[in-house]
Design a protein around this ligand. Structure first.
Ligand code: CTP
Ligand SMILES: C[C@](O)(CO)[C@H](O)COP(=O)(O)O
Length: 252
């Protein structure tokens, strides 16, 4: 398949951002005069291999329609579900009504506004270059772990008040560990099947790749930069502000 094909992207933005605990849901926190969701959607609007952008919204989202991106012809808003995986599934079920279900779709968190266009292009190139004989069903951006990683064990220390502490059980070999990022790219019909199968079994699915893994499929890791952070904690807002201003400067 030529890498100039056009792919839809689902942007899950139906969360409430409880861990950031801002005055608004985190996707509506403003950085440099634009909401986090606008930064994220804008990257995909500017990318020449992206077609429809399906933004998954919380049922009580009254902010999205006030943004100018809401009126863009490529952008479509759909109500999401209780968990991220439910929102992604709703988005997929919506796209297959108007796109070939055997085609690839990208899924990218609204909460990752610092992804850059070159990495999206690389992911698409690597994913569409997979041959059927490779037995790999799709690809995700991910970043190799660079820190020393400890596995914790819980212990009860009974000096004074009885309390639980974490102590080190062992040190994990890091050379095979990667941080999963988004975008993640799979064929729509295969992803729907994998998610539905996982949900039916009650498996926790924190990303699309885990649904595929649980179906016994192989997923390609495409190395992305550590700057593609997910805004999860309050301190991530300052980090995203730094990365977004660096991206804006390099685009000038
Ligand atoms: N029911 C949900 C929950 C999450 N998301 C989206 O999935 C992405 C990644 O999830 P996370 O960072 O966990 O976001 P929140 O659920 O909003 O955060 P928290 O867990 O702190 O409440 C976010 O863009 C979020 O809006 C979604 O579309 N639907
Ligand atoms: C998909 C994801 O962004 C990969 O890092 C992540 O799994 C989504 O949310 P989580 O709350 O960090 O699991």
């Amino acid at each position: 398949m030529p890498s100039t094909s056009i792919f839809p992207v689902i942007i899950p933005a139906a969360g409430i951002g409880s861990r950031v605990a801002a005055a608004t849901a985190k996707q509506y926190v403003s950085i440099g005069g634009k909401t986090i969701l606008e930064h994220t959607v804008q990257i995909f609007l500017s990318h020449n291999q992206i077609g429809k952008i399906i933004v998954m919204l919380h049922p009580e989202d009254y902010t999205f329609t006030t943004l100018s991106i809401a009126n863009h012809p490529q952008v479509m808003a759909v109500i999401g579900g209780c968990e991220r995986v439910d929102s992604v599934l709703q988005g997929l079920r919506c796209i297959v009504n108007f796109q070939d279900p055997t085609q690839f779709v990208l899924v990218h968190d609204a909460a990752r506004p610092c992804v850059n266009a070159q990495d999206i292009t690389r992911l698409i190139e690597r994913c569409t270059a997979i041959a059927p004989s490779d037995n790999v069903c799709g690809a995700i951006l991910a970043c190799p772990v660079t820190d020393t990683i400890k596995k914790a064990a819980s212990t009860k220390i009974s000096s004074g008040h009885s309390q639980h502490f974490s102590i080190i059980d062992n040190t994990i070999e890091r050379s095979l560990l990667w941080h999963a990022q988004t975008p993640q790219m799979f064929r729509m019909n295969e992803l729907i099947h994998a998610i539905e199968t996982g949900l039916a079994k009650g498996t926790k699915l924190s990303d699309e790749a885990s649904a595929m893994e649980n179906c016994g499929k192989s997923v390609l890791l495409v190395e992305g930069p550590s700057s593609n952070i997910k805004i999860t904690k309050p301190s991530d807002i300052a980090l995203a502000t730094f990365y977004l201003s660096a991206i804006n400067k390099s685009n000038k």
